[in-house]
Write a protein that binds this ligand. Structure first.
Ligand SMILES: [Zn+2]
Length: 417
């Protein structure tokens, strides 16, 4: 086996081909500043999905779509009944996102398969590339919805009922763009899951390394809060009679920020969304809705940060004379990636002479959900200055191809073992 693997190690991806596809993707749903604004289940998402499916069909892959719009493209194995290897990430982006977050992982999976096709390498196990729906959670919450549904973490009907800002449901939007698929795929059909992703932090870039092998994730708690006050005239209403929802929200945001600072440098707290109604001059707002998250690499500390924040809710309600309710909550990040797969990736990186280190991920990824049901590993590749969820996000072929080659050879070893 080692001899065969040694021979196969000489296979390398076609980096120029991968870049052509990344550039083609970057023209679908462009943002205002050179990045992407390709929201899940939008018209642009449909165009990207159709493009991806056509690329998969050109590579002779069998394409299937499940009831959550997740797209699976399969390369047959010598033993079709063997559990398949799954490689993937997501094609949706943030509202002001980069060209590579998620997209690189999906197209790297396709590039792995195309490279195997180029060299006519047959593998014992089938290999599939997957694009998960709604990883970013911009239109539909929670994030990582498609992978969570596939992993059985969420009830399918509940997933279908999720609303885009109180308008269209997830199911209706899937149907509208033609991706409410008929296929039922389940985790037991898979042997392992590999996700390659840009790091979204600057450790690899600063240290000049090519691959990060992800050992775990920051524990993250997300909360959607609803602050209810009452409309009143901003002139005549004395301070003591006010029930200003925005004041309640502001107290929460300030406290949240304090909690983050008091857990520096590893703790992170964010309020990333605040909506206020009626949000007009001269009238005290009756409603404020906000989304917050709290993160720490140590799960117990993250939980402590979250309870500090929750303990403050009644006090903020009292101070602002409003009602505060938690409308929705979620958590992710208590992941255990597979030790054997981590060792596999590390030994392939060493054999190929690709510089690498272990890393924790502060961001959420589809791999977190999939790790609950399929042995999973994640590889990070460098992104310039760690800039991500920003249209300036940037990667270079020379710093990315080594990681995709590690992915290729790790998948190959697993698929032929
Ligand atoms: Zn991503």
């Amino acid at each position: 086996m080692r001899v065969a693997v040694g021979k196969l190690n000489r296979i390398e991806i076609d980096s120029a081909r991968l870049w052509r596809d990344l550039d083609a993707s970057a023209r679908i749903g462009p943002g205002r500043a050179g990045g992407l604004s390709r929201l899940a289940l939008s018209d642009d998402d449909k165009v990207m999905r159709d493009t991806f499916v056509s690329w998969c069909k050109e590579a002779d892959l069998r394409v299937r779509v499940d009831a959550f719009g997740n797209i699976f493209a399969r390369r047959a194995g010598l033993e079709e009944s063997s559990p398949a290897i799954l490689i993937g990430s997501h094609l949706d982006t943030q509202i002001a996102g980069g060209r590579y977050d998620g997209i690189l992982g999906v197209l790297a999976g396709l590039e792995v398969i195309r490279t195997l096709n180029d060299h006519a390498v047959a593998t014992r196990r089938p290999i599939e590339v997957v694009s998960w729906t709604n990883e970013e959670g911009v239109r539909f919450q929670p994030p990582m919805l498609g992978s969570g549904a596939f992993a059985g973490i969420y009830d399918p009907d509940w997933v279908h009922r999720q609303l885009d800002g109180g308008r269209a449901t997830f199911a209706a939007e899937l149907e509208r763009i033609g991706y409410l698929g008929p296929d039922h795929l389940c985790p037991t059909q898979y042997d392992s899951y590999f996700e390659l992703h840009i790091e979204q932090d600057d450790v690899l870039d600063a240290e000049g390394l090519h691959v990060g092998i992800v050992t775990g994730g920051f524990k993250s708690f997300g909360l959607e809060l609803c602050v209810a006050g009452e409309n009143a005239h901003s002139g005549p209403t004395p301070m003591r009679r006010r029930r200003n929802a925005l004041v309640g929200a502001s107290l929460l945001i300030a406290r949240l920020n304090e909690i983050g600072w008091s857990h520096e440098p590893e703790g992170r707290t964010t309020c990333s969304r605040l909506t206020v109604e009626p949000n007009r001059y001269g009238i005290i707002p009756h409603l404020a809705e906000l989304t917050v998250d709290l993160r720490h690499p140590d799960a117990a500390t993250a939980a402590e940060m979250c309870s500090q924040f929750r303990d403050f809710l009644p006090l903020a309600a009292l101070k602002a004379n409003v009602e505060i309710a938690v409308a929705r909550e979620w958590s992710f990040g208590d992941v255990a990636f597979d030790a054997k797969l981590i060792n596999l990736v590390r030994s392939v990186a060493s054999d190929l002479g690709v510089s690498h280190r272990h890393l924790m991920s502060a961001a959420g990824h589809d791999a977190y959900n999939i790790s609950k049901v399929i042995p999973t590993v994640m590889l990070f590749t460098p992104c310039r200055d760690g800039v991500s969820h920003n249209e300036r996000e940037h990667i270079e072929p020379a710093y990315t191809a080594p990681g995709v080659n590690v992915l290729l050879n790790a998948v190959l070893r697993r698929a032929t073992a």
